[in-house]
Design a protein around this ligand. Structure first.
Ligand code: ZN
Length: 132
């Protein structure tokens, strides 16, 4: 899934947590669950970087304006951090991936671009609804 999708889903999980640590764990769990749902991933580094930069900019703006609880911030971080290893692997900073949905231990399912966009849009809308 896209960075922004994992970010919103992790934040939405964090709002349900009792603590920042629990928010982080729930955020990581959303990453596993979202990777199980058939989706579409970025096909180029450019769109991936745009997604990460814009997603982070919007997230930082939301933090600056609304001052969300730490459990929401940690949930969002838990949602996106597993994909750091994807970037590190792509740029050959690490030799193998270890996160279960990236190694194949847990299936990482894909679908067409259109279905993937629809699925990720639904996840983002649901996440924003939970956060609102
Ligand atoms: Zn992932």
């Amino acid at each position: 899934m896209y960075y922004s999708t994992h970010l919103v889903a992790g934040a939405a999980a964090g709002i349900m947590a009792e603590s920042p640590a629990e928010g982080f764990v729930l955020g990581v769990l959303t990453h596993v669950i979202l990777d199980l749902i058939p989706h579409h991933d970025h096909e180029s580094v450019t769109t991936c970087i745009l997604d990460c930069v814009l997603g982070t900019a919007v997230f930082l703006a939301v933090i600056a304006v609304f001052h969300p609880e730490m459990k929401i911030i940690w949930g969002a971080l838990g949602g996106v951090l597993p994909d750091i290893e994807i970037a590190m692997y792509h740029f050959r900073l690490i030799r193998k991936r270890v996160f279960p949905s990236h190694t194949g231990c847990i299936p990482h399912l894909s679908t067409t671009r259109m279905r993937g966009l629809i699925m990720q849009s639904l996840v983002i809308v649901l996440g924003l609804w939970i956060l609102s």
